[in-house]
Design a protein around this ligand. Structure first.
Ligand code: PLP
Length: 360
């Protein structure tokens, strides 16, 4: 068996220890005589898996007791619709900060359900930074303010959680949740698709403060209604059981590693290694404003874009894979999610040095 260094933006690398454990439990989970995939979600064994995952996640993120944690399907994209449906009347306003591709998707979807207004945008500068807080205009009557703390495609991240003048803050944390400690109490709602930093695709986490439940519009589909999900312990219909189980294994892996402080230290060092290599060279460049550089997704360009294909091909022969930038921005992108090791980043940087020496 040989495993590559996988820099995929998502679905992304998972911790090897988690995959090994899942393999060991694949045919017979804990003596039950079947795989987790084959179990009823109402069985004692699965209820135990589900509640342990929630307990571990609550511990990792220090989620206050008045918040509900939901394990849903539909990806972050379903939550783009669920957020306005659960929080905003059809004739009411919701405010969005546009910091890139995924903000844009969230805004477009919200516009189908409420008056979605853009409080600030970095579009004019090509989404290479987060719009400065001093330039935001926040409508007082907005039902909530939505931000995307880490733009996965642009590699643009918030430098801290913004002050929002008493508005309910809603955040799409799909690509940076669990990368570092997070003050959940600053948010009304946090949501995240699993396939970047949590587990396999198919599971979506929603963390919602209890007092925000019970407000969904009458025409909200039951499958998108957080209150219905909360009352049913995320089992109103069949949840993504195997993805939930794997997420639980990832949470335990994070706890064993020392929690999110320890994870953040590892992530900080990985990012410093790669940005350091980019900045030290005239051959590679980062398009992102320094204060907003993401730890999780690192886009970079080569001095001569005609070399892009050779870069990707040669990287592939060294076992470094999924480095092609998103089709909308071009260049390269290395995603350094929690499961990507320092060793992987060191191998990438060593390759980048060799490639530069050969082609510069
Ligand atoms: C990947 C991603 C999405 C889309 O997630 P799906 O699960 O495919 O719906 C949305 N927002 C961000 C920030 C992402 O990284």
């Amino acid at each position: 068996m040989s495993r590559v260094y996988n820099f995929s933006a998502g679905p992304a690398a998972l911790p090897e220890a988690v995959l090994e454990r899942a393999r060991n439990e694949m045919l017979d989970y804990a003596g039950v005589g079947m795989s987790v995939m084959e179990m009823s979600h109402r069985s004692a064994a699965f209820i135990d898996i589900a509640s342990r995952a929630e307990t571990d996640l609550r511990e990792l993120l220090a989620i206050p007791d008045d918040y509900k944690v939901l394990f849903l399907q539909g990806g972050a994209t379903a939550q783009f619709a669920a957020v306005p449906l659960n929080l905003c009347a059809a004739d009411s306003a919701a405010a969005y900060v546009d910091s890139g591709y995924w903000s844009g998707k969230a805004i477009a979807e919200a516009g189908r359900f409420c008056r979605a207004t853009v409080a600030a945008s970095s579009k004019d500068s090509g989404h290479t930074s987060v719009p400065p807080r001093s330039e935001w205009s926040l409508p007082k009557d907005a039902s909530y303010l939505h931000i995307t703390p880490n733009e996965t495609i642009g590699g643009v991240a918030y430098d801290g959680i913004p002050e929002v003048d008493g508005l309910q803050l809603v955040a799409d944390y799909s690509s940076s949740i669990l990368a570092a400690p997070l003050d959940v109490s600053r948010f009304g709602v946090i949501y995240a698709g699993a396939q970047k930093n949590i587990g396999p695709a198919g599971l979506t986490l929603v963390i919602v403060r209890g007092d925000l439940l019970g407000r969904a519009r009458k025409d909200t589909p039951a499958s998108l209604d957080w209150t219905i999900a909360a009352e049913a312990d995320s089992m109103y219909n069949t949840p993504p059981t195997f993805a939930w189980y794997l997420a639980g294994l990832v949470f335990r892996w994070l706890k064993d590693l020392g929690g999110l402080e320890a994870m953040a230290e590892i992530n900080r060092r990985k990012a410093a290694t790669l940005y350091g290599a980019i900045d030290a060279s005239n051959f590679y460049a980062s398009p992102v404003a320094k204060a907003n550089r993401s730890w999780m997704n690192v886009p970079f360009t080569l001095a001569d874009p005609a070399l892009d294909k050779s870069f990707l091909d040669e990287a592939e022969t060294r076992g470094l894979t999924n480095l092609k930038g998103h089709r909308s921005v071009g260049g390269m992108r290395a995603s350094l999610y929690n499961a990507v090791s320092q060793e992987a980043v060191d191998a990438l940087v060593a390759f980048m040095h060799d490639f530069e020496r050969k082609h510069a």
